[in-house]
Design a binder for this molecule. Structure first.
Ligand SMILES: [Ca+2]
Length: 274
């Protein structure tokens, strides 16, 4: 952990109290819930999936996207997904985004938006800015090698230094992720509600959100992700009989990294004193 990140962490703790009485309104991301029934304010992209580099456990650093025609992106309303029958759609409001689709073709679809964190994104409960959203991956599981499986990815970066604030990744059938079995051979998760707690010094900074859904790299199998509710407000609970079930998906948050770093500093100082 670099010196500057440690300094930022201490600043974050110091500033948290001072900002706790800021405006409780919620603001970040334009058309974050897709309620305009289009992708305005979002940047769609993608290309072709040549497979992940390296070996598990994978992160965003293992992702490759070859230039080419991007995968599809659509919007769904009140529909039933036969591949993921327990999902209740739409997730929030009247419209939910569906990135990529059930067809193969090695396609990758990406969705990005850059926006500025403001005091309006502070959650009064802890005085810190939050970014919240919900996602549900639906991935075919052809039992290829891990690097060739369909996958999804989401990340949040600070634009000023491109530092990673949060990322979450899983490939279809990944061990440790409690995928539900849909219409065989499809696997999926109930909507996962994400609550990213940003450091106080993120106020006034631009952040870039990226979501990615990829087909298998061999060509015949699809994968997509439903996403909704991007903003700083607490999301309403999902509908359906399985509402509230949360499956574990590996994630890395800035706070986890900072606390780990602070713990290491403390141990080092203790050793010096001992
Ligand atoms: Ca919505």
């Amino acid at each position: 952990m670099s010196r500057s990140i440690r300094r930022n962490a201490l600043l974050a703790f110091a500033c948290a109290g001072a900002l706790s009485f800021a405006n409780p309104a919620f603001a970040i991301f334009q058309n974050g819930g897709f309620e305009l029934n289009d992708y305005s304010s979002w940047l769609l992209g993608g290309g072709s999936n040549p497979g992940l580099t390296g070996a598990p456990p994978f992160t965003g650093a293992n992702i490759q996207v070859t230039a080419g025609a991007p995968g599809p992106a659509t919007l769904v309303n009140a529909v039933t997904d036969v591949r993921a029958p327990l999902l209740v759609l739409p997730r929030v409001g009247a419209t939910t985004s569906k990135l990529n689709d059930e067809a193969g073709g090695r396609l990758v679809t990406t969705l990005r938006q850059i926006d500025t964190v403001t005091a309006a994104d502070i959650d009064p409960s802890d005085g810190l800015p939050h970014i919240r959203f919900s996602f549900a991956p639906v991935l075919e599981d052809p039992s290829h090698s891990a690097e060739d499986q369909p996958y999804f990815y989401v990340s949040l970066r600070r634009v000023s230094d491109n530092s990673l604030l949060f990322e979450q990744f899983a490939y279809s059938g990944q061990a440790g992720v409690n995928f539900l079995n849909g219409q065989a051979p499809w696997k999926y998760l109930q909507f996962q509600d994400v609550d990213i707690v940003l450091p106080a010094n993120a106020i006034g900074e631009q952040v870039e959100l990226t979501v990615l859904a990829a087909d298998c790299s061999l060509g015949a199998h699809g994968g997509y992700v439903y996403i909704d509710g991007f903003g700083s407000a607490v999301l309403p609970p999902p509908g359906g009989s399985n509402a509230g079930i949360v499956q574990e998906v590996p994630a890395t948050s800035l706070w986890a990294l900072l606390l780990m770093g602070l713990g290491m500093v403390w141990v080092a100082r203790r050793n010096q004193q001992g």
